[in-house]
Structure formats: C-alpha cells, structure tokens
Design a protein around this ligand. Structure first.
Ligand code: PLP
Length: 461
C-alpha cells in the first residue's frame, strides 16, 4: 500500500488530471445535496476488505459524491461566507499534502513556519501591529476566537496573582464583554471557558461603541460584583450584515479598564487590504489580538484562519503544552506554532495562502478585495432602485442584506430552494430583528454585476 507502483503512477495521473479539470472548469456547477439513500444507492459499498481501487474510488467521487456538494467557489454562491481560492493556493494545497510537513514546531517544520510567519507579518502590518507581533494559522475563526480569549484570561489571572485583592475575589467569575451582533463562536467560547458574557447593546447602526461598552461594564459591576471582566470582543465585519464596530472607541475603553481587546475580523478584516475601506478599521492597531480568515475573503482554501497577537508571549504562556515527550522540541526560543492556540498537531495550513500571496503579490489581493466591494456596491444600488426591495442597512463591507417587501417567511424559503435546485444560485435567507431577509455575501472576485442582476431579477413580481 505504501509502495510507488505502476498502478500508483496511473492513479497519480488520474488525480492530477481531475484536479486540473476541476480548477479550469468554467462555469463551475453549483451542485447540491442528495439524500443518504440516493448516495448509498449510487455510490454502492465503498469500504470493503479488498479495497475498490483508487481509480474506482475517484470515479465515485467525481460522478456521485462531488456533485452532492455545493461548490463554494460558484460565482453565485452568496450564502454564509463563501470561499474563492486562487488557483495557486489550491494547487499549493496539494503540495503541502505531498510534502509531509509537521507544522507544529520549528524543529520539524522550520521552512514552512518561516513562510507562514511571512504571511502573518503581512496581515499584522495591515493592522498596524508592532514588529514583535505574531501568531498562528488555525482551523477557523471559532478556534482563533477561543484561543485568543484563553490567552486573555490567562494573562488576567496571572496579573491578579499574589495581589491582596485575590482573596476578596473568591467566588469571582471572569467575564468577557461583546455585543449582541458578535459571532456565535464568542458565546460558544465563553460557555466552553465557563466565563460570563457581558452583553453590550449595539447602537442603531448595529455597532458596538465605546460609550455603550463603558455603560455595560458599569452596569455589570453594579449588578454582578463577583464578575471580573478580562476582555472585550469587537467585531470587524459582523457575519450577518458586515458591520465594523467602533474599534477606536472600544479600544480606548479597553485600555482605560485594562481589558484585553480582541478584534474578530474573521470575515471582515480582509478589507484592511482595500484602501477604500481601510478607515473603517481605525483603532485595530490598539488591539491585543485579532483574527482574519484567509479562507473567507483572502482567497485561500479551507481551512485557514490567522490569529495574531500583539504580544505573542502571552499566547505562548497560555497555550504551550508540557509533556515529557515534547521537551526535546524546546531547545531555545524558536517559534513553534502549536504554542499559540488550543491545538498541538497541525497542518501547515497557512502555506497555500502564503504561496498565493507570494505568487500574485499583495497588490493583486487589494484589487481583488476592491472588486468584490464594487460588486457589493452594485448590488446595494440595484436594491435601492427596486421598489419591491428594501435594504436592511447600508452595507459597510461586502454583505448586502435586504427585504423582499410583501413576502412571507415561506416565500423566502421557497425562492431560496428554487434557486438552488435550478442551479441558479445559493442564497439562504437570514433574519434581522426577527424579520426574514435575503443576504448576499460577496467575497468571490469572479462574481459579477450580471450575477447579482440574475439573483435580483428572480425576485421581481
Ligand atoms: C465574524 C466571524 N467570526 C467567527 C466566525 C467563525 O469562523 P469559522 O467558521 O472559520 O470557525 C465567522 C464565520 O463566519 C465570522 O463571520
């Protein structure tokens, strides 16, 4: 099974040919889910004692399984947060797999870690972080958020050690502040960490502001004296509407109250690379950590989220695992990515992003993000022009959400499912303040104004 044989040679040719064909395929099919019964019937038994052979397994994948997966890079895939990897990044994903690299430690993966750190440095520079900043590519924004908050709590706990206040803090509850518009992973992180969540009411435009944060912290202190706030999460591009919080105002409050500021830019911080929107992020340079997912709006394949710390030593102190068998890795102050998040074994998942950034150059990234913003602007303008459509709010980034006036919830869902089954587009409804709406998230530079018009025209009477 591990030998390279004539059969393996043929399999390699078939796999590479499939990969190339898929990458050059235009148009990409939208595809869609099937039932387990249909898939069992068509794929047959795939796991057998003797094996069905690589070429047959590939045939089943190509003919049955892949068409049962919605293509995330389809130009009219507008649901959730799509993913539009560049050809270079996807091709290099194959190279990463073939290169058998362990990306957790400098000792084992120095070359890969060096390249990943170059890409992280580019992101840190976009945010205006200092030269000592650094971090790690993790599986997703969820893991990045929880890892940052664990580091924040660890730093707060260490800061409190030995203080006389410590005794009076018996029964204390660590707490993190975040707005109701923060991503669901922040609630999950608080729950997994068993810390309280201090909810902050966003302003009328959906932004978390410094003033509201201050008030919420004061209220929490009065009503829950046992709570010890240790961090605030601001969002740079909410998932539902693409709203960027008042980062400068929040940063000021965080600084004055000695709170760790984590900026969740999993989706939106890619727009740091877009000169037209850079000003929205003013204040991010004061954060203690931020996340941006290259697998969202920076054209890397799943799964790739960048977590960057202002002071990575605080991340290392919280996350480095200790075990007898791991000690040989600690020969000096070398950079081991496993030390900076809640994980150990890791794929060098930042490499496809690094390769693409190195290949095309950062200007191409700025242009590609700007292009998606142009298409989002077109979508918003078309909605404003249409009497039967109504924007939920003016888009700040590349999420355009709007109501179809006169529609019941059922009509939204029926329309969405017709769009998918006809292979036209993948657009699932969302809600805003309990009201159903259509949400387009545009992160694919191959999505065009015509693609938007196709979707909008289908909403006419
Ligand atoms: C703002 C924000 N934070 C966190 C996440 C979670 O990221 P992931 O799905 O990569 O875990 C998302 C996902 O859409 C997001 O938009």
């Amino acid at each position: 099974m591990h030998e390279w044989t004539e059969q393996t040679e043929q399999l390699a040719a078939a796999v590479l040919a499939y990969t190339q064909d898929r990458l050059r395929l235009r148009p990409v099919p939208l595809d869609g889910p099937r039932t387990p019964e249909e898939l069992s019937a068509e794929a047959g038994a795939t796991i057998t004692a003797e094996g069905i052979g690589g070429e047959e397994a590939l045939r089943i994948f190509a003919d049955v399984l892949a068409p049962a997966c919605i293509s995330i890079d389809h130009p009219r895939y507008f649901s959730f947060v799509p993913c539009a990897p560049t050809p270079a990044s996807t091709l290099f994903d194959l190279v990463v797999g073939a290169s058998s690299i362990y990306g957790g430690s400098w000792m084992e993966g120095a070359g890969a870690v060096h390249a990943e750190n170059e890409a992280l440095r580019w992101l840190a520079d976009l945010a205006g972080f200092p030269p000592g900043a650094g971090g790690v590519f993790v599986q997703g924004g969820t893991l990045a958020n929880v890892s940052a908050l664990i580091a924040a709590r660890h730093a707060a706990a260490r800061a409190g050690e030995g203080e006389p206040r410590e005794v009076s803090r018996e029964g204390r509850r660590f707490a993190v502040a975040a707005s109701a518009e923060a991503h669901s992973s922040v609630t999950s992180a608080a729950s997994a960490m068993d810390v309280d969540l201090i909810g902050v009411e966003p302003d009328d435009s959906g932004r978390l502001t410094g003033v509201a944060l201050s008030e919420a912290l004061d209220r929490s202190a009065a009503e829950h004296p046992e709570r010890v706030p240790f961090a605030v999460v601001a969002t740079a591009g909410t998932t539902n509407l693409g709203i960027v919080d008042d980062l400068a105002g929040v940063a000021e409050v965080a600084r004055s109250r000695a709170l760790w500021l984590h900026v969740d830019g999993a989706y939106g911080a890619a727009a740091l690379a877009a000169p037209s929107r850079r000003h929205l992020f003013d204040g991010i340079e004061s954060a203690d950590s931020f996340v941006v997912d290259p697998h969202k709006w920076l054209f890397a394949p799943f799964d790739c989220a960048a977590l960057v710390y202002r002071d990575p030593e605080l991340g290392r102190q919280a996350h480095r695992q200790h075990a007898a068998y791991l000690e040989p890795l600690r020969t000096g102050d070398e950079w081991s990515p496993s030390d900076y998040a809640l994980h150990l074994t890791r794929r060098a998942r930042g490499l496809p992003f690094w390769f693409s950034l190195a290949s095309y150059g950062s200007d191409a990234y700025s242009q590609a993000v700007e292009r998606t913003l142009q298409v989002a602007d077109h979508a918003a303008a078309q909605v404003r022009r249409s009497p039967h459509l109504e924007l939920v709010s003016d888009p700040m980034l590349s999420v355009v959400a709007f109501y179809r006036t006169g529609w019941s919830d059922g009509q939204y869902y029926d329309w969405s499912s017709r769009m998918l089954t006809s292979g036209t587009a993948f657009v699932v409804p969302t809600t805003h303040h309990g009201r159903t709406a259509i949400r387009l998230c545009i992160v694919n530079p191959r999505s065009t104004e015509e693609d938007i018009d196709t979707v909008l025209e289908s909403l006419a009477d």
